[in-house]
Design a protein around this ligand. Sequence first.
Ligand SMILES: *Cc1c(COP(=O)(O)O)cnc(C)c1O
Length: 380
Amino acid sequence: MTTPRVEVDLGKIRHNTRCLVQRLEARAISVIGITKAVCGHPDIAKAMLDGGAKGLGDSRIENVERIRNAGISCPVTMIRTPMLSQVKRISESCSTSYNTEIDVIALLGVMAHRNGMVHGIVVMVEMGDFRDGVMPCDIDDFVAQILNLPGVALKGIAANFACLTGTEPDCQSMAAFSALADNIESACGPYIETVSGGNSANLSWATGPDKRGRINELRIGEAILLGVDPVSGVQISGLHTDAFALVAEVIETKDKPVQPEWSPVVVERKTLRVVPSNSWSTRSILAIGNQDTDISGLGFPVGIALKGASSDHAVVETSGRQLRVGSEMTLRPNYKALMRIMNAPDVAKVVFNHLPVPETVSAKENRSGLAVVCTDGVRS
Ligand SMILES: *Cc1c(COP(=O)(O)O)cnc(C)c1O
């Protein structure tokens, strides 16, 4: 098989989604599967939906179009405020988008109106992460302006945490955000259907003892894909952390002197020099580099230590083991490393563990003389 490649276990992604959906369902919170880290890979998007995600979200229109071109017709939300230059494409492929600029919303409305449609608007609210968002003090005015525009419908509000400044959600900020929904309703009238509380960083809050208030949706990427809590980096109980494996190939194995740690310091007028060292180590080079991923974001097998990487080489020390040239090593990417891998043209994407394709009616008809038997043994 080609290397480097990323192997994706769709079954583990379905399982992770299902676990989180069930835990949050018990708290009246639904899950939007976020596909930006996997570039909207249609098979992975479908695994999220098969696991019970209510819809999908992505921050780039190219990814959404990839999902649409694969025939996936579920609601897809644009979770980054649209570029003015992309409004047409967004109104064609996304049912809803997150917004913070009234000019963009107006144009989304014009485009949707032209096509006889209504585009859903979720207003992103600034809750302390200081990335995108309308300030809470401006929200009533902002909503009132939206209500005057044709072609758009206010669907809800959203908050985002722990992305830019690492501000984590706590019970106060979540209660304040929940109360905003009530305030907007009493100030402007419209029912706020979606109150989207945040991302994977909100999971421990959402499954903890605090009141959930009006928060009825989370947008989850990292926790589904990697099974970890992004704040602590700890595995979420019951979730798989190995749905993705990056496989790289060994292209050199040699014993090399251990580099002495030195700097040209002058001691009593004698310059220190590098001298041959009798300390040697076994090193291998993997044919993968910073062009393909964030090498520092990779987990290596036990006994293998990363020594450094350049654009096309990753150098590892192997504690005396002689790795055969041509052999493969499996590495575990973190979220940043995964994003780069899925974007890298030279890393092959290999997905397995597809769900069996359900038998279609036409397939049944074409097989005269054969009975179609369901898995529970009932003849159809
Ligand atoms: C990326 C992103 C998410 C998903 O974040 P994860 O940490 O992957 O769960 C949710 N909402 C917005 C607005 C995002 O940009």
